[in-house]
Design a protein around this ligand. Sequence first.
Ligand code: URP
Ligand code: ZN
Ligand code: ZN
Length: 476
Amino acid sequence: MNILIKNGVIVSAIDEYRADILIEDEKIVAIGTGLDNRADKIIDATGKYILPGGVDEHVHYGSFGSMTFETSDAAIVGGTTTIVDFAPQQKGLSIKESVKLHNETLAKGVSAADYSFHCVVTDPSDKIFEEIPTLAKEGISTLKFFMAYKGTPLMVDDSTIFKALQVAKDSGVTIMVHAENGDIVDTLQKQLVSEGKTDPKYHADARPPLVEVEATKRAIYLSRMADAPIFIVHVSCKEAMEAIRDANIQGTPVYGETCTHYLTLTEECLAKPNFEGAKYVCSPPLRKQEHLDSLWEAVNKGWLLAVGSDHCAVKGGFEKGKRKGMGDFSTIPNGCPGVQDRLALMWTYGVEKGRISRQRFVDLFATTPAKVVGLFPQKGQIAIGSDADIVIFDPDFKGVISVKNSLYGSDYNPFEGLEQIGRAEKVFLRGKLAAENGKFIGKLGEGRYIKAKPFGLCYENFKDANTKIQHKVIVE
Ligand code: URP
Ligand code: ZN
Ligand code: ZN
């Protein structure tokens, strides 16, 4: 069936214009005027913006004690049609086996949104370094390494990251890092708890900006020493962002993303009474207002490339999940839900406040994340040949974010009570209407696994990588 979306204003990462969009099966087949005679169904989008479906390249489903893909309808309702989930490497299993297992046991037949995977390397052996150059063929083009969470299998040493960078670059696999100094965090946590400082607010004291800045700078040096691109996830503070910006300007292929909560919530949330601060425990922690201001400047100027949600809805929510950490903040399960609210927050507190343009919004929300993870041009833009992942956006909607309308499967929403301007009125996943006015009308399981291409955006200016870049190839 053909669908024509008429009279809307299409917003892209570089411009906006009034035109109609013809969808045939799963793809956008024409953009222009005078297309009515080719359509079986016409949708009038007068007064609306037409945005590409969001690409959230930072979500956790089923790892870190989080809820699984059964709640991925939250993404669709919030205008995000593609999610990139972190699949943890299982002890003794290869990267490919771990991703396959994660897909088959959690995502396949369940996800409401299209999805792809980064693998989190937790058991690095010689075999893993031999495997990395073979991953691109399998559609795994990004790997995450943790410099933090000492005492868990997550934290790896510098040598592991360095070797991964060395072996990844020829095949275009992008190495991502969680940059916090795990040794210092561990030391500070123990010191604070031994002083009786056990409330959630001490989570921020155990992970001050310098812990992130040091690890970020170390990651940049590792990238320089290995002569390979690196992507720093969830940048939360000014100095870490500046380190990335400055190193990039000087020629190091280092890039970064931030996340919606670092742009909209301050560390004061951690001090909420009755242990409610635990609702906001995520790592890196929330920061002071000056950091939020500098992160908005960074996303506006392109010093940070993407805004993910770092969606990680802890199982049991606040009452049965976060409360497990009562008496010792360092045991509060990390992570906050956010995938449903990313569009609303970026629009309300970015576009509506004049901090970013509509074009920057689209770039940060969909286009550049798709490029970073190797899903562009199939995902992340409205163009002929791309998947018909489309949001009809009502800029006049006014509401308030609330757990009552959230599909997180959680008993709280960290953005509760925040004003919302604009809403994803209709969300199409590959041409099929999947959400309308905040209600999910698709089906769980309709999301498809999209294999990622190598040589993502972090390779764009990297030596001879332009000759190998796959995302420039027109989709069939
Ligand atoms: O607190 C967070 N961010 N939880 C998810 C894991 C991570 O580090 O991304
Ligand atoms: Zn992380
Ligand atoms: Zn994360």
